[in-house]
Design a protein around this ligand. Structure first.
Ligand code: SF4
Length: 63
């Protein structure tokens, strides 16, 4: 699975990073930055939680 971020939608709430700290970083202003787009199998649940946590629907998980 791949985690995708639409940075134009991100408002810097940081909720995604709380759900998936191994996959997502925040920049100095609190906006999300992906650590990597490929999601290891054992991080898939975290990635799904991050997608669900984002109030801006800025994250997507695709095959
Ligand atoms: S939860 Fe969504 S809006 Fe907030 S930092 Fe993460 S991607 Fe951006």
């Amino acid at each position: 699975m791949k985690l995708l971020l639409d940075a134009t939608l991100c408002q810097g709430y940081g909720l995604c990073q709380e759900s998936a700290p191994e996959l997502i970083d925040l920049d100095e202003w609190g906006y999300a930055r992906l650590r990597a787009t490929e999601v290891p199998d054992d991080r898939e649940e975290q990635a799904q939680e991050a997608v669900a946590a984002c109030p801006q629907a800025a994250l997507r998980l695709v095959k």
